[in-house]
Design a protein around this ligand. Sequence first.
Ligand code: BG6
Length: 478
Amino acid sequence: QPDGIITVIVLGASGDLAKKKTYPALFGLYRMGFLPERTHIIGYARSKLELEDFRERISAYIKAPIDAQKLAEFKRLCTYVSGPYDKVEGYQRLETAIAEVERDAKGSKNRVFYMALPPSVFVPVARGVKLTAYSRSGFNRLIVEKPFGHDLESSRELHRALAPLWKEEEVYRIDHYLGKEMVKNLLTIRFANVFFGAVWNRQCISNVQITFKEKIGTEGRGGYFDEFGIIRDVMQNHILQILSIVAMQRPVSLDAEDVRDEKVRVLRAIPPVKIEETLLGQYTRSEDNTKPGYLEDSTVPPGSNCPTYAAAVLWINNERWEGVPFILKCGKALSEQKTEIRIQFQDVPGNVFRGAPRNELVIRVQPNEAMYMKFVNKQPGLSMDTVISELDLTYKRRFSDLKIPDAYEALILDVLKGDHSNFVRNDELDAAWKIFTPLLHTIEKKKVAPIPYPYGSRGPDGVHEFVAKYGYKRTEEY
Ligand code: BG6
Protein backbone atom coordinates (compact mmCIF):
# COMPACT_ATOMS: atom_id res chain seq x y z
CA GLN A 1 0.00 0.00 0.00
CA PRO A 2 1.65 3.25 -1.03
CA ASP A 3 1.25 6.29 1.12
CA GLY A 4 -1.55 8.52 -0.21
CA ILE A 5 -3.74 8.14 -3.27
CA ILE A 6 -3.07 6.72 -6.75
CA THR A 7 -4.83 7.89 -9.86
CA VAL A 8 -4.38 5.81 -12.98
CA ILE A 9 -5.05 7.84 -16.09
CA VAL A 10 -5.75 5.73 -19.16
CA LEU A 11 -4.98 7.84 -22.23
CA GLY A 12 -6.75 6.39 -25.23
CA ALA A 13 -9.49 4.96 -23.01
CA SER A 14 -11.87 4.22 -25.85
CA GLY A 15 -9.29 2.47 -28.04
CA ASP A 16 -8.53 -1.15 -28.70
CA LEU A 17 -5.69 -1.65 -26.24
CA ALA A 18 -7.63 -0.09 -23.37
CA LYS A 19 -10.59 -2.25 -24.21
CA LYS A 20 -8.76 -5.54 -24.64
CA LYS A 21 -6.01 -5.23 -22.07
CA THR A 22 -5.83 -2.18 -19.80
CA TYR A 23 -9.33 -2.10 -18.28
CA PRO A 24 -9.68 -5.90 -18.00
CA ALA A 25 -6.29 -6.04 -16.24
CA LEU A 26 -7.20 -3.20 -13.87
CA PHE A 27 -10.45 -4.96 -13.09
CA GLY A 28 -8.61 -8.27 -12.59
CA LEU A 29 -6.32 -6.60 -10.05
CA TYR A 30 -9.29 -5.02 -8.30
CA ARG A 31 -11.18 -8.32 -8.17
CA MET A 32 -8.19 -10.12 -6.65
CA GLY A 33 -7.69 -7.35 -4.11
CA PHE A 34 -4.42 -6.11 -5.58
CA LEU A 35 -5.36 -2.53 -6.39
CA PRO A 36 -4.23 -0.32 -3.53
CA GLU A 37 -7.19 0.90 -1.52
CA ARG A 38 -7.21 4.48 -2.63
CA THR A 39 -6.98 4.00 -6.40
CA HIS A 40 -9.03 5.88 -8.97
CA ILE A 41 -9.07 5.39 -12.70
CA ILE A 42 -9.71 8.21 -15.12
CA GLY A 43 -10.15 7.45 -18.81
CA TYR A 44 -9.20 10.12 -21.35
CA ALA A 45 -9.96 10.01 -25.08
CA ARG A 46 -11.36 12.08 -27.90
CA SER A 47 -14.83 10.48 -28.03
CA LYS A 48 -17.47 12.55 -26.29
CA LEU A 49 -19.13 10.17 -23.87
CA GLU A 50 -21.36 10.54 -20.85
CA LEU A 51 -19.97 8.91 -17.73
CA GLU A 52 -22.71 6.29 -17.67
CA ASP A 53 -22.08 5.35 -21.30
CA PHE A 54 -18.40 5.04 -20.60
CA ARG A 55 -19.06 2.82 -17.59
CA GLU A 56 -21.31 0.68 -19.76
CA ARG A 57 -18.45 0.26 -22.19
CA ILE A 58 -16.21 -0.93 -19.38
CA SER A 59 -18.69 -3.74 -18.65
CA ALA A 60 -18.52 -4.69 -22.31
CA TYR A 61 -14.70 -4.72 -22.20
CA ILE A 62 -14.58 -7.22 -19.38
CA LYS A 63 -15.09 -10.78 -20.48
CA ALA A 64 -13.41 -12.77 -17.70
CA PRO A 65 -15.61 -14.55 -15.12
CA ILE A 66 -17.68 -11.73 -13.80
CA ASP A 67 -18.51 -11.03 -10.25
CA ALA A 68 -21.34 -8.51 -10.73
CA GLN A 69 -20.89 -6.82 -7.40
CA LYS A 70 -17.14 -6.41 -7.84
CA LEU A 71 -17.68 -5.08 -11.33
CA ALA A 72 -20.18 -2.50 -10.07
CA GLU A 73 -17.71 -1.42 -7.36
CA PHE A 74 -14.91 -1.24 -9.89
CA LYS A 75 -16.97 0.90 -12.25
CA ARG A 76 -17.53 3.39 -9.46
CA LEU A 77 -13.75 3.92 -9.36
CA CYS A 78 -13.76 4.80 -13.05
CA THR A 79 -14.50 8.21 -14.51
CA TYR A 80 -13.98 9.72 -17.92
CA VAL A 81 -12.82 12.97 -19.47
CA SER A 82 -12.97 13.69 -23.17
CA GLY A 83 -10.56 15.97 -24.94
CA PRO A 84 -8.19 16.35 -27.87
CA TYR A 85 -4.63 15.06 -27.84
CA ASP A 86 -3.08 18.16 -29.31
CA LYS A 87 -4.57 21.04 -27.29
CA VAL A 88 -3.87 22.19 -23.79
CA GLU A 89 -7.58 22.64 -22.83
CA GLY A 90 -8.08 18.90 -22.79
CA TYR A 91 -5.22 18.35 -20.39
CA GLN A 92 -6.47 21.19 -18.21
CA ARG A 93 -9.83 19.42 -17.92
CA LEU A 94 -7.97 16.24 -17.09
CA GLU A 95 -5.95 18.02 -14.40
CA THR A 96 -9.18 19.40 -12.90
CA ALA A 97 -10.70 15.91 -12.83
CA ILE A 98 -7.61 14.43 -11.15
CA ALA A 99 -7.48 17.26 -8.62
CA GLU A 100 -11.15 16.65 -7.82
CA VAL A 101 -10.47 12.97 -7.08
CA GLU A 102 -7.44 13.86 -4.95
CA ARG A 103 -9.07 16.76 -3.14
CA ASP A 104 -9.68 15.24 0.27
CA ALA A 105 -6.93 12.65 0.14
CA LYS A 106 -4.22 12.64 2.75
CA GLY A 107 -0.60 11.88 1.94
CA SER A 108 1.05 11.91 -1.45
CA LYS A 109 -0.83 12.27 -4.69
CA ASN A 110 0.52 9.69 -7.09
CA ARG A 111 -0.29 9.48 -10.77
CA VAL A 112 0.20 6.73 -13.31
CA PHE A 113 -0.29 7.74 -16.94
CA TYR A 114 -1.03 4.75 -19.17
CA MET A 115 -0.50 5.61 -22.85
CA ALA A 116 -2.81 3.24 -24.71
CA LEU A 117 -2.30 5.28 -27.88
CA PRO A 118 -1.10 5.06 -31.47
CA PRO A 119 2.48 6.27 -32.07
CA SER A 120 1.32 9.34 -34.01
CA VAL A 121 0.03 11.07 -30.85
CA PHE A 122 2.54 9.62 -28.48
CA VAL A 123 4.87 12.62 -28.09
CA PRO A 124 2.17 15.34 -27.92
CA VAL A 125 0.32 13.41 -25.22
CA ALA A 126 3.47 12.69 -23.19
CA ARG A 127 4.23 16.41 -23.40
CA GLY A 128 0.65 17.50 -22.67
CA VAL A 129 0.28 15.46 -19.49
CA LYS A 130 3.76 16.36 -18.29
CA LEU A 131 3.18 20.08 -18.65
CA THR A 132 -0.38 20.17 -17.36
CA ALA A 133 -1.27 17.15 -15.27
CA TYR A 134 1.99 16.18 -13.53
CA SER A 135 1.72 15.65 -9.79
CA ARG A 136 3.77 17.98 -7.64
CA SER A 137 3.43 15.87 -4.52
CA GLY A 138 3.84 12.20 -5.27
CA PHE A 139 5.20 9.90 -7.91
CA ASN A 140 4.46 10.18 -11.63
CA ARG A 141 4.84 7.12 -13.84
CA LEU A 142 4.40 6.87 -17.59
CA ILE A 143 3.51 3.52 -19.14
CA VAL A 144 4.27 3.26 -22.84
CA GLU A 145 3.62 0.55 -25.39
CA LYS A 146 5.36 -0.44 -28.60
CA PRO A 147 6.04 0.47 -31.34
CA PHE A 148 9.05 2.35 -29.98
CA GLY A 149 10.07 3.64 -33.40
CA HIS A 150 10.62 1.47 -36.45
CA ASP A 151 14.41 1.30 -36.48
CA LEU A 152 17.40 2.46 -34.47
CA GLU A 153 17.28 6.05 -35.69
CA SER A 154 13.52 6.59 -35.20
CA SER A 155 13.65 4.97 -31.79
CA ARG A 156 16.45 7.35 -30.77
CA GLU A 157 14.45 10.25 -32.12
CA LEU A 158 11.50 9.25 -29.98
CA HIS A 159 13.79 9.02 -26.99
CA ARG A 160 15.21 12.47 -27.72
CA ALA A 161 11.67 13.87 -27.73
CA LEU A 162 10.65 12.16 -24.48
CA ALA A 163 13.81 12.30 -22.40
CA PRO A 164 13.65 16.03 -21.57
CA LEU A 165 10.09 15.53 -20.30
CA TRP A 166 10.15 12.17 -18.50
CA LYS A 167 13.03 10.76 -16.51
CA GLU A 168 14.03 7.18 -17.32
CA GLU A 169 13.00 6.07 -13.81
CA GLU A 170 9.48 7.40 -14.47
CA VAL A 171 9.07 5.49 -17.74
CA TYR A 172 7.75 1.92 -17.95
CA ARG A 173 8.10 0.48 -21.48
CA ILE A 174 5.83 -2.51 -21.74
CA ASP A 175 6.77 -5.66 -23.54
CA HIS A 176 3.89 -7.79 -22.40
CA TYR A 177 5.88 -11.02 -22.87
CA LEU A 178 7.87 -9.99 -19.81
CA GLY A 179 4.67 -10.29 -17.79
CA LYS A 180 3.98 -13.87 -18.85
CA GLU A 181 4.34 -16.43 -16.11
CA MET A 182 6.87 -18.68 -17.83
CA VAL A 183 8.99 -15.77 -18.98
CA LYS A 184 9.10 -14.48 -15.41
CA ASN A 185 9.95 -18.01 -14.32
CA LEU A 186 13.12 -18.09 -16.45
CA LEU A 187 15.18 -16.25 -13.87
CA THR A 188 14.04 -18.65 -11.16
CA ILE A 189 14.66 -21.78 -13.20
CA ARG A 190 18.08 -20.67 -14.22
CA PHE A 191 19.40 -19.17 -11.03
CA ALA A 192 17.65 -21.09 -8.25
CA ASN A 193 18.58 -24.60 -9.47
CA VAL A 194 22.10 -25.88 -9.31
CA PHE A 195 21.80 -28.36 -12.18
CA PHE A 196 20.63 -25.92 -14.84
CA GLY A 197 23.46 -23.55 -13.97
CA ALA A 198 25.96 -26.33 -14.52
CA VAL A 199 24.94 -27.13 -18.11
CA TRP A 200 23.84 -23.72 -19.35
CA ASN A 201 26.73 -23.10 -21.72
CA ARG A 202 28.36 -23.92 -25.06
CA GLN A 203 30.02 -27.03 -23.65
CA CYS A 204 26.62 -28.68 -23.07
CA ILE A 205 24.13 -26.86 -25.29
CA SER A 206 24.10 -27.37 -29.04
CA ASN A 207 21.40 -24.90 -30.12
CA VAL A 208 18.48 -22.91 -28.80
CA GLN A 209 15.20 -22.32 -30.62
CA ILE A 210 12.63 -19.77 -29.55
CA THR A 211 9.41 -20.16 -31.49
CA PHE A 212 6.27 -18.03 -31.65
CA LYS A 213 3.37 -19.34 -33.71
CA GLU A 214 -0.08 -17.89 -34.14
CA LYS A 215 -3.09 -19.34 -35.91
CA ILE A 216 -4.62 -16.05 -36.85
CA GLY A 217 -3.45 -13.89 -39.71
CA THR A 218 -3.48 -10.11 -39.69
CA GLU A 219 -7.26 -9.95 -40.03
CA GLY A 220 -8.47 -6.42 -39.41
CA ARG A 221 -5.02 -4.93 -38.80
CA GLY A 222 -3.29 -5.56 -42.12
CA GLY A 223 -2.76 -1.84 -42.67
CA TYR A 224 -0.94 -1.45 -39.33
CA PHE A 225 0.94 -4.70 -39.73
CA ASP A 226 2.22 -3.89 -43.19
CA GLU A 227 4.16 -0.89 -41.88
CA PHE A 228 5.98 -3.12 -39.41
CA GLY A 229 6.14 -6.77 -40.47
CA ILE A 230 6.70 -9.76 -38.23
CA ILE A 231 10.30 -8.91 -37.31
CA ARG A 232 9.30 -5.59 -35.74
CA ASP A 233 5.96 -6.84 -34.47
CA VAL A 234 7.20 -9.87 -32.56
CA MET A 235 10.86 -10.83 -33.09
CA GLN A 236 12.74 -7.65 -32.19
CA ASN A 237 10.77 -7.31 -28.96
CA HIS A 238 8.96 -10.35 -27.53
CA ILE A 239 11.27 -13.08 -28.81
CA LEU A 240 14.46 -11.13 -28.27
CA GLN A 241 13.39 -10.34 -24.70
CA ILE A 242 13.00 -14.06 -24.07
CA LEU A 243 16.41 -14.69 -25.60
CA SER A 244 18.04 -12.07 -23.39
CA ILE A 245 16.79 -13.79 -20.22
CA VAL A 246 17.70 -17.26 -21.48
CA ALA A 247 21.22 -16.10 -22.30
CA MET A 248 22.11 -13.45 -19.70
CA GLN A 249 24.70 -13.93 -16.97
CA ARG A 250 23.48 -14.21 -13.40
CA PRO A 251 22.59 -10.72 -12.15
CA VAL A 252 24.30 -9.44 -9.02
CA SER A 253 20.86 -9.34 -7.36
CA LEU A 254 17.20 -9.38 -8.38
CA ASP A 255 17.16 -5.62 -8.23
CA ALA A 256 15.65 -4.18 -11.44
CA GLU A 257 18.80 -2.37 -12.51
CA ASP A 258 21.00 -5.40 -11.87
CA VAL A 259 18.71 -7.59 -13.98
CA ARG A 260 18.48 -5.04 -16.77
CA ASP A 261 22.24 -4.44 -16.75
CA GLU A 262 22.80 -8.12 -17.53
CA LYS A 263 20.14 -8.17 -20.24
CA VAL A 264 21.76 -5.21 -21.94
CA ARG A 265 25.19 -6.80 -21.68
CA VAL A 266 24.13 -9.96 -23.47
CA LEU A 267 22.28 -8.02 -26.17
CA ARG A 268 25.35 -5.94 -26.81
CA ALA A 269 27.32 -9.14 -27.47
CA ILE A 270 25.02 -10.04 -30.39
CA PRO A 271 26.17 -8.78 -33.81
CA PRO A 272 23.52 -7.62 -36.31
CA VAL A 273 21.55 -10.45 -37.92
CA LYS A 274 22.68 -11.29 -41.46
CA ILE A 275 20.23 -11.56 -44.33
CA GLU A 276 21.91 -14.86 -45.36
CA GLU A 277 20.95 -16.28 -41.98
CA THR A 278 17.31 -15.34 -42.32
CA LEU A 279 14.29 -16.94 -43.93
CA LEU A 280 11.18 -14.91 -44.69
CA GLY A 281 7.66 -16.00 -45.54
CA GLN A 282 4.25 -14.55 -46.34
CA TYR A 283 0.99 -16.42 -46.06
CA THR A 284 -1.30 -17.06 -48.99
CA ARG A 285 -4.89 -18.32 -49.16
CA SER A 286 -5.52 -21.47 -47.12
CA GLU A 287 -5.48 -24.75 -49.03
CA ASP A 288 -9.18 -25.27 -48.38
CA ASN A 289 -9.89 -21.74 -49.65
CA THR A 290 -11.63 -20.64 -46.45
CA LYS A 291 -9.00 -18.16 -45.26
CA PRO A 292 -7.71 -15.26 -47.34
CA GLY A 293 -4.06 -14.69 -48.15
CA TYR A 294 -2.20 -11.71 -46.70
CA LEU A 295 -2.33 -9.80 -49.99
CA GLU A 296 -6.10 -10.29 -50.21
CA ASP A 297 -6.57 -8.05 -47.17
CA SER A 298 -7.91 -4.80 -48.63
CA THR A 299 -5.87 -2.71 -46.18
CA VAL A 300 -2.58 -4.25 -47.37
CA PRO A 301 -0.88 -2.44 -50.28
CA PRO A 302 -0.98 -4.56 -53.44
CA GLY A 303 2.15 -6.58 -54.04
CA SER A 304 3.50 -5.97 -50.54
CA ASN A 305 6.65 -7.92 -49.66
CA CYS A 306 5.97 -7.64 -45.96
CA PRO A 307 6.99 -10.84 -44.11
CA THR A 308 4.39 -12.54 -41.92
CA TYR A 309 6.90 -15.28 -41.05
CA ALA A 310 10.57 -15.00 -40.18
CA ALA A 311 13.31 -17.28 -38.95
CA ALA A 312 16.70 -15.81 -38.05
CA VAL A 313 19.87 -16.94 -36.35
CA LEU A 314 21.55 -14.86 -33.68
CA TRP A 315 25.03 -15.46 -32.26
CA ILE A 316 26.33 -14.32 -28.93
CA ASN A 317 30.00 -13.42 -28.81
CA ASN A 318 30.91 -14.29 -25.28
CA GLU A 319 32.60 -17.02 -23.35
CA ARG A 320 29.39 -18.82 -22.48
CA TRP A 321 27.75 -18.89 -25.90
CA GLU A 322 30.25 -18.55 -28.73
CA GLY A 323 29.26 -20.93 -31.53
CA VAL A 324 25.76 -21.71 -30.18
CA PRO A 325 23.06 -20.65 -32.65
CA PHE A 326 19.94 -19.04 -31.20
CA ILE A 327 17.29 -19.70 -33.81
CA LEU A 328 14.31 -17.36 -33.57
CA LYS A 329 11.15 -18.24 -35.50
CA CYS A 330 7.85 -16.46 -35.55
CA GLY A 331 4.85 -16.38 -37.80
CA LYS A 332 1.17 -15.69 -38.29
CA ALA A 333 -1.51 -17.83 -39.92
CA LEU A 334 0.18 -21.10 -38.97
CA SER A 335 -1.22 -24.49 -38.00
CA GLU A 336 -1.11 -23.91 -34.24
CA GLN A 337 -0.70 -21.32 -31.53
CA LYS A 338 2.41 -21.86 -29.44
CA THR A 339 5.32 -20.02 -27.89
CA GLU A 340 8.16 -22.18 -26.64
CA ILE A 341 11.86 -22.25 -25.87
CA ARG A 342 13.63 -25.43 -26.96
CA ILE A 343 17.13 -25.98 -25.68
CA GLN A 344 18.87 -28.86 -27.38
CA PHE A 345 21.90 -30.29 -25.60
CA GLN A 346 24.99 -31.78 -27.22
CA ASP A 347 25.36 -35.44 -28.13
CA VAL A 348 26.67 -37.49 -25.23
CA PRO A 349 30.43 -37.78 -25.88
CA GLY A 350 31.52 -41.38 -26.45
CA ASN A 351 27.96 -42.58 -26.00
CA VAL A 352 27.75 -46.34 -25.37
CA PHE A 353 24.04 -46.21 -26.17
CA ARG A 354 24.39 -45.80 -29.91
CA GLY A 355 21.63 -43.91 -31.58
CA ALA A 356 20.35 -42.33 -28.38
CA PRO A 357 19.05 -38.86 -29.19
CA ARG A 358 19.97 -35.60 -27.51
CA ASN A 359 18.40 -34.20 -24.39
CA GLU A 360 16.05 -31.32 -24.87
CA LEU A 361 14.60 -28.91 -22.37
CA VAL A 362 11.35 -27.36 -23.55
CA ILE A 363 9.79 -24.41 -21.78
CA ARG A 364 6.30 -23.78 -23.09
CA VAL A 365 5.29 -20.18 -22.53
CA GLN A 366 1.78 -20.65 -23.96
CA PRO A 367 -0.74 -22.14 -24.21
CA ASN A 368 -0.72 -24.51 -21.21
CA GLU A 369 2.41 -23.45 -19.40
CA ALA A 370 4.80 -26.36 -19.03
CA MET A 371 8.39 -27.38 -18.82
CA TYR A 372 9.68 -30.77 -19.80
CA MET A 373 13.01 -32.42 -20.28
CA LYS A 374 13.33 -35.05 -22.95
CA PHE A 375 15.73 -37.70 -21.85
CA VAL A 376 16.72 -41.24 -22.67
CA ASN A 377 15.47 -43.99 -20.42
CA LYS A 378 15.78 -47.76 -20.41
CA GLN A 379 12.73 -49.34 -21.95
CA PRO A 380 11.22 -51.12 -18.94
CA GLY A 381 11.52 -54.87 -19.41
CA LEU A 382 14.16 -57.46 -20.07
CA SER A 383 16.02 -55.73 -22.88
CA MET A 384 18.48 -52.83 -22.69
CA ASP A 385 16.56 -50.95 -25.37
CA THR A 386 16.18 -47.22 -24.89
CA VAL A 387 13.09 -45.07 -24.99
CA ILE A 388 12.69 -41.31 -24.96
CA SER A 389 10.81 -40.12 -21.87
CA GLU A 390 9.94 -36.83 -20.32
CA LEU A 391 10.44 -35.28 -16.94
CA ASP A 392 7.27 -33.32 -17.16
CA LEU A 393 6.10 -30.27 -15.25
CA THR A 394 2.75 -29.34 -16.72
CA TYR A 395 1.31 -26.46 -14.77
CA LYS A 396 -2.30 -27.59 -15.04
CA ARG A 397 -1.43 -30.83 -13.30
CA ARG A 398 1.10 -29.52 -10.79
CA PHE A 399 -0.67 -26.29 -9.83
CA SER A 400 -4.21 -27.27 -10.73
CA ASP A 401 -6.17 -24.76 -8.65
CA LEU A 402 -4.02 -21.80 -9.51
CA LYS A 403 -5.13 -19.00 -11.77
CA ILE A 404 -2.16 -17.78 -13.76
CA PRO A 405 -2.33 -14.00 -13.92
CA ASP A 406 -2.64 -12.25 -17.20
CA ALA A 407 0.58 -10.56 -18.34
CA TYR A 408 -1.01 -7.13 -18.14
CA GLU A 409 -2.22 -7.71 -14.59
CA ALA A 410 1.30 -8.65 -13.55
CA LEU A 411 2.85 -5.66 -15.29
CA ILE A 412 0.39 -3.03 -14.08
CA LEU A 413 0.90 -4.28 -10.54
CA ASP A 414 4.66 -3.91 -11.02
CA VAL A 415 4.14 -0.29 -12.09
CA LEU A 416 2.01 0.42 -9.03
CA LYS A 417 4.79 -1.05 -6.90
CA GLY A 418 7.47 0.87 -8.78
CA ASP A 419 9.30 -2.28 -9.89
CA HIS A 420 11.08 -1.84 -13.21
CA SER A 421 12.48 -5.38 -13.56
CA ASN A 422 10.01 -6.45 -16.23
CA PHE A 423 10.16 -3.30 -18.32
CA VAL A 424 12.49 -2.41 -21.15
CA ARG A 425 15.17 0.15 -20.35
CA ASN A 426 16.20 2.64 -22.99
CA ASP A 427 19.68 1.22 -23.53
CA GLU A 428 18.12 -2.24 -23.88
CA LEU A 429 15.81 -0.96 -26.58
CA ASP A 430 18.77 0.63 -28.34
CA ALA A 431 20.73 -2.64 -28.24
CA ALA A 432 17.70 -4.55 -29.59
CA TRP A 433 17.32 -2.17 -32.53
CA LYS A 434 21.04 -2.43 -33.33
CA ILE A 435 20.66 -6.17 -33.83
CA PHE A 436 17.80 -5.89 -36.30
CA THR A 437 18.05 -2.50 -38.03
CA PRO A 438 20.64 -3.40 -40.71
CA LEU A 439 18.63 -6.52 -41.60
CA LEU A 440 15.36 -4.58 -41.81
CA HIS A 441 16.94 -1.93 -44.01
CA THR A 442 18.42 -4.57 -46.32
CA ILE A 443 15.09 -6.37 -46.64
CA GLU A 444 13.37 -3.11 -47.52
CA LYS A 445 16.05 -1.77 -49.83
CA LYS A 446 16.51 -4.99 -51.75
CA LYS A 447 12.77 -5.75 -51.68
CA VAL A 448 13.55 -9.29 -50.57
CA ALA A 449 10.66 -11.51 -51.65
CA PRO A 450 9.19 -13.72 -48.92
CA ILE A 451 8.48 -17.41 -49.55
CA PRO A 452 4.74 -18.05 -49.80
CA TYR A 453 3.10 -20.52 -47.39
CA PRO A 454 -0.58 -21.40 -47.14
CA TYR A 455 -2.66 -20.02 -44.28
CA GLY A 456 -2.90 -22.73 -41.60
CA SER A 457 0.29 -24.56 -42.66
CA ARG A 458 3.53 -25.14 -40.73
CA GLY A 459 5.26 -22.21 -42.44
CA PRO A 460 7.34 -21.77 -45.60
CA ASP A 461 9.16 -24.71 -47.19
CA GLY A 462 12.72 -24.85 -46.05
CA VAL A 463 12.21 -24.18 -42.33
CA HIS A 464 13.24 -27.73 -41.36
CA GLU A 465 16.36 -27.53 -43.48
CA PHE A 466 17.08 -24.11 -42.00
CA VAL A 467 17.08 -25.32 -38.39
CA ALA A 468 18.93 -28.50 -39.37
CA LYS A 469 21.67 -26.40 -40.95
CA TYR A 470 22.26 -24.78 -37.55
CA GLY A 471 22.62 -28.09 -35.81
CA TYR A 472 19.13 -28.99 -34.63
CA LYS A 473 18.70 -32.78 -34.80
CA ARG A 474 15.25 -34.29 -34.74
CA THR A 475 14.82 -37.51 -32.80
CA GLU A 476 14.13 -39.41 -36.03
CA GLU A 477 17.58 -38.53 -37.29
CA TYR A 478 19.28 -40.83 -34.81
C1 BG6 B 1 1.55 -8.21 -30.05
C2 BG6 B 1 1.66 -8.24 -31.55
O1 BG6 B 1 2.56 -7.43 -29.50
O2 BG6 B 1 1.63 -9.53 -29.55
C3 BG6 B 1 0.59 -9.12 -32.15
O3 BG6 B 1 1.52 -6.91 -32.05
C4 BG6 B 1 0.62 -10.48 -31.52
O4 BG6 B 1 0.74 -9.22 -33.56
C5 BG6 B 1 0.60 -10.38 -30.00
O5 BG6 B 1 -0.54 -11.17 -31.96
C6 BG6 B 1 0.79 -11.72 -29.34
O6 BG6 B 1 0.54 -11.64 -27.98
P1 BG6 B 1 -0.07 -12.87 -27.19
O7 BG6 B 1 -0.02 -12.45 -25.75
O8 BG6 B 1 -1.45 -13.06 -27.70
O9 BG6 B 1 0.80 -14.04 -27.49
